[in-house]
Design a protein around this ligand. Structure first.
Ligand SMILES: [Zn+2]
Ligand SMILES: [Zn+2]
Ligand SMILES: [Zn+2]
Ligand SMILES: [Zn+2]
Length: 662
């Protein structure tokens, strides 16, 4: 056994010092007879402060030294809390962080600790157990606080502690149990200007869902169950996947080495080499853009996995060819393929959907364009810049998928119409005449009224709009801008195919071709599907004439972000009025100038979330939650240090990683 319990080891010593055996309800005269340290060694307010700001039941020094091992629950070691300063230290034979803490302070004031497994208080100076039922008020109060905090931290809904319980194995899908341990933070070697890569990899390493899913699918022969929608009349199909492709394999091995025992740093050579084989532009060992890299990595793995799933489906049908397959086989392969490719792990973690709704002000025809996103690029409002300039860039997003649909799918050529309408919009946005209209009380009541009557839900967010204060520069104010209603007028008018068609109709008989009709229109972009991990990109770099400029302005970002005001009312899997909470767990920071800049990461070491059985309370709404506990760590290549939350909030964020709060 690795545990060394002072209470069992010191029993002999204790009996020597006390005159008679202890009993639980002993008064001060019996228990803690000789200890005179309580008044100096117990400080409730310091304990409160330290305990609420740190990960519960985890040795702070082990965390710092990155001794947290994969497969070893942190709760396996007894933790002793120093009642002077609230330091949580382990009692492992090899590390003895609790003892070292006391010795480091030389004075006798850090001598009383309480064990989180037995709730017994112990004075190291007197080498005796202290009765907690004594009349030493400070001791009793501090213990009371710790026990209450422990109950809160271990309650099912918040699941903030490391627990030894493992989730039941999902036999149906052959899923391995969710690992209930912390992922350590290790430095990553710089291969020559590769900090842009290292900072992203630190964040991916702390993405629990990525670690879980990649672990799931890494093996050759992994089975995947595909369930096509009911209208296809097809039952579920289980396919066997071939080996993963090279980049995905390299990513898995890298994530694995980040979790392995040992302190690091880790060399990213193999993964980086794989990446450069696919995209030689990253090879130059020049400073690169972190966001571009993240995109490239995720998109490439997505392509690899899609290929793998397709191969699995074809194999299930004995690899039919265009010539040998009958119509029914082709139909089935197509239906399973359509559903199967969505099951790749990248889509299941990072990919969401934006819907932009455009309404012609004259005929009120509504068209929608859906586009998948892997991150949301938010322009930063620069001080003393004409607001119109900002709006131009909102449409330029890094999207790798493009879906188009229409509210009226029966209408012939709807897709083509929308493509032209959208490409028109794209062009329109390069001019600076776009007039932004915020969804505010100044908006004409007439228009809002009309909307409600004719097009319920068309321009409706999931909950009331977020209203930023006038000088606010935050993630929320950027999202507010991003999702606000724009009026397209003047040079930016919409080519309305519906109005054009209407004008054309009476002239059908004659061969004259009617002119295209341009009308004023309203446009709004809202989130229509949210992935488990939302990545926000703050656009700090932008083109100014021939030069690329950097916006250094600080942008506030919350630890807990409510996305409801930016989601459409039709957003998948969400009820209206609900808060849609996401918790910050990682940041890529870019500091310095365009040329001489440096990328580093802030990551939050935290326990993986468990899905609570009851999502709602009695009133049917989600309970007000707070961000899960954790320890923030700053990583710059090989250098790793724990930092307070305040430092994290002051960082110059470039990429922000938020995970869904379960
Ligand atoms: Zn003492
Ligand atoms: Zn320790
Ligand atoms: Zn202490
Ligand atoms: Zn129209």
């Amino acid at each position: 056994m690795r545990l060394k319990d002072p209470f069992s080891l010191k029993t002999a010593d204790m009996t020597k010092r006390s005159k008679k055996p202890r009993d639980e309800d002993s008064s001060d005269e019996v228990g803690g007879l000789t200890c005179q340290h309580v008044s100096r060694a117990v400080d409730l307010s310091s304990v409160k402060k330290a305990v609420t700001g740190n990960l519960w039941s985890v040795c702070s020094d082990c965390l710092k030294e990155r001794n947290m091992l994969e497969g070893e629950a942190a709760g396996a070691h007894d933790i002793l809390v120093c009642l002077k300063c609230g330091f949580q230290g382990c009692n492992q034979a090899e590390t003895q962080h609790s003892t070292k803490h006391r010795q480091a302070h030389h004075s006798d004031s850090h001598c009383i600790t309480v064990s989180l497994s037995t709730w017994k208080a112990w004075c190291f100076e007197c080498k005796e157990e202290l009765s907690t039922h004594c009349n030493k008020k400070a001791l009793a109060q501090t213990l009371d606080f710790l026990q209450k905090h422990s109950a809160k931290a271990t309650s099912g809904t918040t699941s903030k502690i490391i627990s030894l319980r493992e989730e039941p194995v999902d036999t149906q899908r052959g899923k391995s149990p969710v690992n209930s341990t912390l992922i350590p933070v290790k430095g990553i070697n710089n291969l020559g200007n590769t900090c842009f890569f290292n900072a992203v990899m630190q964040n991916l390493s702390q993405t629990h869902k990525l670690n879980d899913l990649i672990q799931d699918v890494k093996e050759k022969g992994h089975k995947m169950k595909i369930c096509p929608p009911a209208e296809t009349n097809l039952g579920p199909l289980t396919v066997t996947l071939p080996s993963p492709e090279p980049l995905t394999s390299a990513m898995f091995l890298f994530l694995q080495s980040m979790k392995e025992p040992g302190k690091g740093p880790v060399s990213p050579k193999i993964l980086f080499k794989q990446l450069c084989q696919k995209a030689p532009r990253f090879k130059g060992y020049q400073q690169q853009d972190s966001q571009e890299l993240l995109h490239y990595l995720l998109d490439s793995m997505r392509v690899e996995e899609t290929k793998r799933i397709k191969a699995g489906i074809l194999k299930a049908f004995n690899n039919p060819t265009e010539k040998t397959a009958d119509e029914e086989t082709k139909r089935q392969v197509k239906a399973y393929g359509k559903e199967g490719v969505k099951l790749n792990f990248v889509d299941r973690i990072f990919v969401g959907e934006l819907t932009s709704t455009i309404m012609c002000e004259e005929c009120e025809h509504i068209s929608t364009v859906k586009e998948a996103f892997i991150d949301i690029s938010l322009p930063i409002i620069e001080e003393r810049v004409r607001p119109a300039l900002i709006y131009c860039s909102t449409i330029v997003k890094h999207l790798f998928l493009y879906f188009i649909s229409s509210i009226r799918p029966q209408q012939g050529g709807a897709v083509e119409q929308l493509v032209s309408a959208v490409s028109k919009l794209g062009l329109v946005h390069t001019s600076t005449d776009t007039l932004p209209v915020s969804h505010s009380p100044e908006e004409p009541t007439e228009i809002r009224e009309r909307d409600r009557q004719h097009h319920q839900g068309a321009f409706q967010a999931l909950c009331h709009s977020y209203t930023p204060s006038s000088k606010e520069c935050s993630v929320q104010s950027c999202l507010h801008q991003f999702t606000s209603i724009e009026l397209l007028m003047g040079n930016n008018k919409l080519l309305c195919e519906n109005c054009t068609e209407r004008r054309q109709r009476p002239m059908k008989r004659s061969d004259k071709k009617a002119e295209k009709v341009y009308t004023s229109a309203r446009k709004q972009m809202l989130i229509s599907a949210l992935p488990p991990v939302v990545t926000l990109h703050l656009k700090r770099f932008h083109q100014a004439g021939m030069n690329l400029r950097k916006v250094n302005r600080h942008v506030d970002f919350p630890l807990l972000l409510d996305l409801a005001p930016f989601c459409s009312v039709t957003c998948k899997n969400l009820g209206s009025g609900e808060r849609v909470l996401y918790s910050l767990y990682g940041i890529v920071e870019h500091s310095g100038s365009m040329r001489g800049g440096h990328y580093a990461a802030y990551v939050k070491v935290r326990t993986p979330q468990r899905k609570p059985e009851l999502r709602r309370n009695q009133s049917g709404t989600k309970e007000a939650s707070s961000a899960p506990q954790g320890q923030w760590v700053y990583v710059s290549d090989t250098s790793v240090q724990t930092v307070p939350e305040s430092r994290v909030l002051n960082s110059q964020a470039y990429l922000l990683f938020y995970e869904e709060l379960l």
